[in-house]
Design a protein around this ligand. Sequence first.
Ligand code: HEM
Ligand code: HEM
Length: 220
Amino acid sequence: MSNPVKIWDLATRVFHVALIILVAGAFITVNLGDEWMRLHGQIGLTILSLLIFRVFWGIFGGHWSRFSSFSLKPSLVFAYLRNRSINTQTYPGHNPVGSWSSLTMIVCLLLQAITGLCSDDEVLFSGPLVPLLSEQQVEWATFYHSEIGQPLIILLVTIHVVAVIFYKFILKNDLITPMITGFKQTLEAFTSSNDSVTMRIFAMISFCIIFSLIWFYLKV
Ligand code: HEM
Ligand code: HEM
């Protein structure tokens, strides 16, 4: 018999949708012209707030969103790659490859947002930390943000989306529906993520505090 288990709490699902929209927005605004760079910076600050919230939620959030439930041990990654049929039943949350790819995306996006704060487009817009840095540090951050971070994020997101589609159509393992509804069908009764109203309010208040602090200290 299969049990529906709540894997992704509302906060994690909203985080994911918001991240998709805002990362797309960050890439669109840099291509629209110099006068859109302020909006690019504001979108970047919102992405930074979301990522800091996700790190916070990786400690205090629902069971399967916590980093402690990620399967990061190299031995698990190798075992998983050898036998992917152990999939959903062994790993209702992120499987070992999903755990590493999620963590890599979060870290690379954090680096992108932080280097953005230190970047200068040498036309109309510069990040809010630029006045605190030396010319060489700004040059380095701008180089990372444009020449390393940009292609890296395009690569990671492309692999991520191709992998999710591959799982759905080739491995017949639908990871997308649980990211929308929160639920996975499992044979065993796994621990559910706590997605109560109290948790949702806690997530909303935490995000609002992080967002306000980021915008107060790093106005663009
Ligand atoms: C800008 C584009 C995207 C970014 C930056 C992104 C980022 C992420 C991140 C950081 C996670 C980890 C979630 C967490 O633990 O908090 C994740 C998971 C996931 N994403 Fe995306 N994502 C993007 C686009 C998409 C798209 C278009 C889809 C659907 C086709 C998708 C489907 C998923 C699924 C199904 C998972 C859960 C994977 C699992 O079960 O291990 N993502 N994504
Ligand atoms: C994760 C969030 C972010 C993403 C995905 C992102 C993405 C990008 C991309 C794709 C470019 C174009 C690079 C090029 O074509 O050479 C760019 C440029 C730029 N971004 Fe961001 N960015 C983010 C956050 C930020 C933040 C928070 C700021 C500042 C508040 C910022 C400031 C800048 C500046 C000043 C440039 C121009 C750099 C140059 O002229 O080479 N970005 N960003």
